[in-house]
Design a protein around this ligand. Structure first.
Ligand code: ARG
Length: 414
C-alpha cells in the first residue's frame, strides 16, 4: 500500500517483456518520471539494447551499471567464506544478488530524489521478500511498488494484451507458450516454471544453459589450482585474478566439464515448495576448493562451529535478511575465522565432478609428525589415548548398565 504521492520511481529494469510492461504501467498509474536501473551481474546478455528499449518508453534517466566486481567481492565471496548451502544443496545464486540490486535502487532513489522503488518480482516468490526487506533495512522511508501484487493483470495472456495496447514490442517467442522463468548472474542460472513445476518430470535438455551434459563432457580430466588468501579465492593456475574474473574463469572450466547442475525441490520462505534447476559451475568448484583449504588451516572446533551456524546463515540469506543485525553478527564470526585460510588447492575436473586432490598452506595445522603411522618425534604418547577413551567411555558404561545390557552369553573376556 502506497501512502503518499509518488513523484519519482526507480525501477529495477531488465529490458525484458515483463519489466517493460511494468515500466509503462508505472508511468500510467503514477503519472510520474521513472528512472531505470539495470544491473550487469554477468547474466551473459548484451545490455546496451536495454537503453534503447527504455528510451523508446520515454525514460530520460537510464542507468546501466556493471556491478560484477561488487557482486562477487562484497556478496558472493563473503557468503562462500561460510561454505553456504540452503537445505544442503542450493548455492543461493538468486538470493545473494537481490540485496545488491536493492542497495543500488535505494542509492539511486536517494540520488535522484525518488520516493519509491519498484521491482518485477511476482507475489508468490522469495525475491519480492528479499528486495523489500533489503530496502527496509537500507532506507526505512522508501516506498516500494510491486506491480505484480497491485495490478489487475493475472495471466500471461493479459500481459501480452496490455503490451499490444501500449505498443510494447513483443518478441516472437513470447507470443506462444510462456517461457521458463530464468534468473542468471555470474554465480548461477536458475530455471523454474512450465514442465519443471511437476517435480516428477525429468528436466528437458534445453533447460541447461551454461553447462554441458556431463555425459558429453571431455574424456580428458583437467587439473586446476586455486589460490586463497584469508578465505577468498585470488588466483587460478597461478594467475592472480579479480573476484569477478576469477568466478568467470571457474564458470568456463565448470561449464566445459558439466559441473554444478542441481535439480531440486526447495522450501520457499513464502510457504510453498518449488522445483528448480540450477547451474552453478564456478561456485560448485569454489565451494569444494574453499572446504579443501579450510581443512588444513582451520582448527577443529572453529571448523565445527562454522558448520553449526552455516544452515542458519544460509536461511538468513535465502529469506532475505542479508542486511540485518543477525547476518552481520554471523559474518563477523565467519570473517574472523578466515584470517589464516590461505594457500593452494588442486582439483580434478571430470565429467560433472570437481574432486579435490591436493592442498597446501604456509599456515597449515596439519602435522605429518603427529599423524604418521611410522614412528613420530614423541609429541604424541599412545598411553594418553587409553585414559582419554576410558573417561569418554565411562558414561557409556553407566548407560549400558542402566539399560541392562549384558555381555552376550559365552563371550570370554580376558
Ligand atoms: N528459487 C530460487 C530462489 O528463491 C530462484 C528464484 C529466481 N529464479 C527464477 N528462475 N525466477 O532463490
Amino acid at each position: 500500500m502506497i501512502t503518499r504521492t509518488i513523484g519519482k520511481i526507480v525501477l529495477s529494469y531488465s529490458g525484458g517483456l515483463d519489466t517493460s510492461i511494468i515500466l509503462k504501467w508505472l508511468q500510467e498509474t503514477y503519472r510520474c518520471d521513472v528512472v531505470t536501473f539495470t544491473a550487469d551481474l554477468g547474466q551473459g546478455e548484451e545490455l546496451e539494447p536495454v537503453r534503447e528499449k527504455a528510451e523508446r518508453l520515454g525514460v530520460k534517466d537510464i542507468r546501466i551499471i556493471d556491478v560484477r566486481e561488487e557482486f562477487v567481492r562484497d556478496f558472493v565471496f563473503p557468503m562462500f567464506r561460510a561454505n553456504t548451502l540452503y537445505e544442503g544443496r542450493y548455492l543461493l545464486g538468486s538470493s545473494i544478488a537481490r540485496p545488491l540490486i536493492a542497495k543500488h535502487l535505494v542509492r539511486i532513489a536517494s540520488e535522484v530524489g525518488a520516493d519509491a522503488i519498484a521491482h518485477g518480482a511476482t507475489g508468490k516468490g522469495n525475491d519480492q521478500v528479499r528486495f523489500e526487506l533489503a530496502a527496509n533495512a537500507l532506507d526505512p522511508s522508501i516506498e516500494i511498488i510491486a506491480p505484480w501484487r497491485q495490478w489487475t493483470i493475472q495471466s500471461r495472456t493479459q500481459l501480452i494484451a496490455y503490451a499490444e495496447q501500449h505498443g510494447i514490442a513483443i518478441p516472437k517467442d513470447k507470443r506462444g507458450e510462456a517461457p521458463f522463468s530464468i534468473d542468471a548472474n555470474l554465480l548461477h542460472t536458475s530455471t523454474e516454471g512450465k514442465i519443471l513445476e511437476d517435480p516428477s518430470a525429468i528436466a528437458p535438455d534445453d533447460v541447461y544453459q551454461r553447462t554441458v551434459d556431463p555425459l558429453n563432457a571431455p574424456d580428458e580430466p583437467e587439473t586446476v589450482v586455486i589460490g586463497f588468501e584469508k578465505g577468498d579465492a585470488v588466483s587460478v593456475n597461478g594467475i592472480a585474478l579479480t573476484p569477478a574474473a576469477l568466478l568467470t574463469e571457474l564458470n568456463r572450466l565448470g561449464g566445459k566439464h558439466g559441473i554444478g547442475r542441481v535439480d531440486l525441490v526447495e522450501n520457499r520462505f513464502v510457504g510453498m515448495k518449488s522445483r528448480g534447476v540450477y547451474e552453478t559451475p564456478g561456485g560448485t568448484i569454489l565451494l569444494d576448493a574453499h572446504r579443501g583449504i579450510e581443512s588444513i588451516t582451520l582448527d577443529r572446533a572453529a571448523a565445527h562451529l562454522k558448520d553449526d551456524i552455516m544452515p542458519r546463515y544460509a536461511a538468513l540469506i535465502y529469506n532475505g535478511f542479508w542486511f540485518s543485525p543477525e547476518r552481520e553478527m554471523l559474518q563477523a564470526l565467519i570473517d574472523q575465522s578466515q584470517i589464516h585460510v590461505s594457500g593452494e588447492v588442486t582439483l580434478r575436473l571430470y565429467k560433472g565432478s570437481a574432486n579435490l586432490i591436493a592442498r597446501n598452506s604456509a599456515n597449515s595445522l596439519y602435522s605429518m609428525d603427529l599423524v604418521t603411522f611410522e614412528e613420530g618425534s614423541g609429541t604424541y604418547d599412545h598411553h594418553d589415548a587409553e585414559g582419554f577413551i576410558k573417561l569418554n567411555g565411562l558414561r557409556l558404561k553407566s548407560w549400558a548398565a542402566r539399560n541392562g545390557k549384558a555381555r552376550p552369553a559365552g563371550c570370554h573376556v580376558p
